[in-house]
Design a protein around this ligand. Structure first.
Ligand code: PEP
Ligand code: MN
Length: 344
């Protein structure tokens, strides 16, 4: 039987050494401790192996206010025990902080020249993150599957040249090893959202994880996928709404913007919007990007290409370079007028 996690709430004046002592006690019992700093006091999540965790064991330690069993389906992603928003840090860049995070680049890395031409514009726009797939989860096995490790080497060069943080997809566990070597953020694609061994592997990584919503995932399923990652010790998770499958035929997917405030209500994790996969159509991307920021997203992930007509994947939704530049100036202006409460 898998035991329900326990949440330890420290007293507001608990000292660092009291917190460390609690963590040590948890680990000595063979459990895992998740320290979650809050505005006024620290909470420590306790997850374990098999069997119930005895909350009473912790109650009398110095600095502890209370220890409670958590019976909700999600424990680590929820606001209930961690009321402050998570700010994911990628070097000196952040997702979920005051800045609007912009992640831009091609669907797939196709060549060094293509990637550099796009990265140049992305850098100039002031975005801090560059995206590009080296391993592409394509619907057809005959479609371009990505350049593999060669694509990652190009991404690493882009990081070196422009100082952009690299966001790139891992489709399997070996892919996580490679992203750890060459990238900065592990993207888990919509098709992999319920690949639980992959989620667990990403949860063991030191890198933040961008978790896309599955093609037909409910909010609960999506949050539980994030919970898989966090339960392995990685608290640096960014959620990404990228559209879901509906009966509509005017778009590739239906971008569910209502899920942004819905996530905000229950989770402290940052959440961003992908208007590219969310619409599948170049002419809709800017409009939905504006809407995504207006609805309170912490950032955007946008596909950009220097020659969309020649793109080897997702050309129909790629923005041209000048369209992308215009989008950035518009969404920045929208973000500027938003009250902090709307995005925090
Ligand atoms: C992508 O970002 O190019 C991609 C494959 O996205 P998704 O997993 O959302 O389809
Ligand atoms: Mn794509």
């Amino acid at each position: 039987m898998w035991g329900e996690p326990v949440l330890i709430l420290m007293q507001a004046n608990a000292t660092d050494s009291q917190i460390e002592a609690v963590v040590r006690a948890i680990e000595d019992l063979g459990y895992r401790a998740h320290v979650m700093p809050g505005a006024t006091r620290v909470a420590i999540g306790v997850t374990g192996n098999e069997g119930a965790i005895d909350a009473a064991r912790f109650e009398n330690m110095p600095g502890i206010a209370e220890a409670v069993r958590v019976s909700k389906p999600y424990k680590l992603v929820t606001l209930d025990f961690h009321s402050e928003k998570t700010v994911v840090r990628v070097g000196d860049a952040t997702i979920g902080g005051d800045d609007l995070a912009i992640i831009a680049g091609p669907c797939a890395i196709e060549s060094r020249a293509q990637a550099f031409a796009i990265a140049e514009t992305v850098r100039r726009s002031g975005a801090r993150f560059f995206r590009g797939g080296a391993f592409k989860p394509r619907t057809s096995p005959y479609a371009f599957q990505g350049l593999g490790e060669e694509g990652l080497r190009i991404l690493a060069e882009i990081r070196e040249t422009y100082g952009l943080k690299i966001v790139t997809e891992a489709v399997d566990e070996a892919g996580v090893d490679l992203v750890e070597r060459y990238g900065d953020v592990i993207q888990i694609g919509a098709r992999s959202m319920q690949n639980f061994t992959l989620l667990r592997r990403a949860g063991k990584s030191r890198l933040p994880v961008l978790l896309k919503r599955g093609l037909s995932a409910t909010l609960d399923e999506w949050l539980l996928a994030a919970e898989y990652i966090m339960s392995e010790g990685n608290s640096q998770v960014v959620l990404c709404e990228r559209g879901i499958r509906t009966f509509s035929q005017h778009t590739r997917n239906t971008l569910d913007l209502a899920v942004i405030p819905a996530v905000r209500r229950v989770s402290h994790l940052p959440v961003i919007v992908d208007p590219s996969h969310g619409t599948g159509k170049n002419y809709m991307v800017t409009a939905l990007a504006r809407a995504g920021v207006a609805v309170g997203a912490d950032g955007l992930i946008v596909e950009v290409h220097d020659a969309p007509a020649q793109a080897l994947s997702d050309g129909a939704q790629a923005l041209r370079l000048e369209q992308y530049e215009q989008l950035v100036s518009e969404v920045r202006a929208i973000h500027e007028v938003m009250a902090p409460a709307a995005v925090s």
